[in-house]
Design a protein around this ligand. Structure first.
Ligand code: ADP
Ligand code: MG
Length: 319
C-alpha cells in the first residue's frame, strides 16, 4: 500500500512554473503580479453532506476545484494556484488516481497550479483553497450594488437542485433531462472567463451555490438595496421547463443550490457590452430585474404584478 509521501509524490506533485516554490517544502512561495491583489477562497466537501460514498472520484476531483474556481470567478479574479487538503479512509490508488485526474483536468483548463496541501487518513473529506489575482480596485464585491442596477444571471438555475430531488425520490427524471441535471450536480462549470470579463462592467457579483434568491440576498444585504424581479424573466433550463411538478421546478430555480452560475448587478448603460460579452462567450445572460432603494429583499412578481410568496430560502447547513 502506498505511503503518504508516495501518494503526494505520485498523484499530487506537478510542476508549478508560476510559483516561486510549489509542492515539497514546508510552504509554497508565491509572487503576485504587480498591481494585483490576491483573492483567496476555501471550500470543503464532506462525504455524506456534499457527496455520497461511491460517487465518481474523477467528478469529485473536478467539483472540489470547480466550486472554488466559481468563488474566484464571482470576485472577478483569475485563478492562479490551489492547495488541496484531503483525508482518505485508505490508500486506494485507483480512487486517488481518478480523483487526481479529475482535479488536474480542470486545473489545467483554468491554468491553476497545485502548490501544496495536506494528506491524512480519515473519513473522506476534501478541502481546497484557491488563490487568484484581481487588479487592485476591480474585484466584484457583494457590497457594491447600487439602487437602479440591472440584476443579471448567467445560464439558468435549478438543474442541480432537480438532480438532488431525483436522488431523494421526489421526482423521476429520465433521458436527456436526467443527464443534464446530473452533469450540473457532479461536474459544474465555473464561470471563470465570464467573471474575468465582468471586471469593470459589473458592480457586484456572487456565485449561486446556496440558491438564486439566497445568494442574490447576500448582495442585497451587503449593499443595502432591494430588488424587483419578474418570475417570467427568470430563465428555465430545458429539464426545468419539462418538469411536471411545477412547484418543485420553481423551488429548484429559486432556492436549489449547487448551480454555480453568476448573479451580478451592473448599471443599465452597460447592457450592450454585457450582452455582447455573453454572445462572445456563448453564455446566455439574462436580466432578471432591477435593484431598488429600500429593504434588502428581493420581491418576485407574477405576470399580473402580484408578489409571489417565497416559501424557502437557500441552503443552510444549520437551519
Ligand atoms: P508538513 O509536514 O510540513 O505539513 P507534509 O509532509 O504534510 O508537510 O507535506 C509535504 C509537502 O507535500 C508539502 O509541500 C505539502 O504542501 C505537500 N502536500 C501534502 N499533501 C498534498 C496534497 N494532497 N496535494 C498537494 N500537495 C500536498
Ligand atoms: Mg502536512
Amino acid at each position: 500500500m502506498a505511503s503518504e509521501f508516495e501518494i503526494i509524490r505520485k498523484y499530487f506533485t506537478r510542476p508549478a512554473p508560476s510559483a516561486v516554490l510549489g509542492v515539497g517544502d514546508d510552504c509554497a512561495l508565491l509572487h503576485p503580479r504587480f498591481g494585483m491583489l490576491l483573492a483567496v477562497t476555501t471550500d470543503m466537501l464532506l462525504e455524506g453532506r456534499h457527496f455520497l460514498a461511491g460517487d465518481d472520484p474523477a467528478k469529485l476531483g473536478h467539483k472540489a476545484l470547480a466550486v472554488n474556481l466559481s468563488d474566484l470567478a464571482a470576485m472577478g479574479a483569475d485563478p492562479r494556484w490551489a492547495t488541496l487538503a484531503i483525508a482518505l479512509p485508505e490508500a486506494d490508488e485507483k480512487w486517488i488516481a481518478a480523483f487526481a485526474d479529475g482535479f488536474f483536468r480542470i486545473a489545467g483548463r483554468f491554468e491553476t497550479e497545485l502548490i501544496g496541501g495536506d494528506t491524512t487518513k480519515g473519513p473522506l473529506a476534501i478541502c481546497i483553497t484557491a488563490i487568484g489575482e484581481v487588479p487592485t480596485g476591480l474585484a466584484l464585491r457583494r457590497d457594491a450594488a447600487l439602487a437602479g442596477d440591472d440584476v443579471w444571471l448567467s445560464g439558468a438555475t435549478g438543474e442541480a437542485g432537480l438532480a438532488v430531488a431525483h436522488r431523494q425520490g421526489r421526482v423521476r427524471l429520465e433521458g436527456a433531462a436526467l443527464e443534464a441535471c446530473l452533469a450540473r450536480l457532479h461536474a459544474p462549470e465555473p464561470r471563470v472567463e465570464l467573471g474575468g470579463r465582468l471586471r469593470g462592467l459589473a458592480r457586484s457579483a456572487i456565485d449561486v451555490s446556496d440558491g438564486l434568491l439566497a445568494d442574490l440576498g447576500h448582495i442585497l444585504e451587503a449593499s443595502g438595496v432591494g430588488a424587483e424581479l419578474a418570475w417570467k424573466d427568470i430563465p428555465r433550463a430545458p429539464a426545468i421547463a419539462a418538469c411536471a411538478d411545477k412547484a418543485l421546478a420553481q423551488e429548484c430555480v429559486l432556492a436549489g443550490g449547487d448551480d454555480y452560475e453568476l448573479v451580478f448587478t451592473a448599471p443599465p448603460f452597460r447592457r450592450a457590452e454585457i450582452e455582447a460579452t455573453g454572445k462572445e462567450l456563448d453564455i446566455v445572460l439574462t436580466r432578471l430585474g432591477v435593484t431598488v432603494p429600500g429593504k434588502p429583499e428581493a420581491v418576485l412578481r407574477d405576470a399580473a404584478g402580484k408578489a409571489i410568496p417565497l416559501a424557502r430560502g437557500g441552503f443552510d447547513h444549520f437551519a
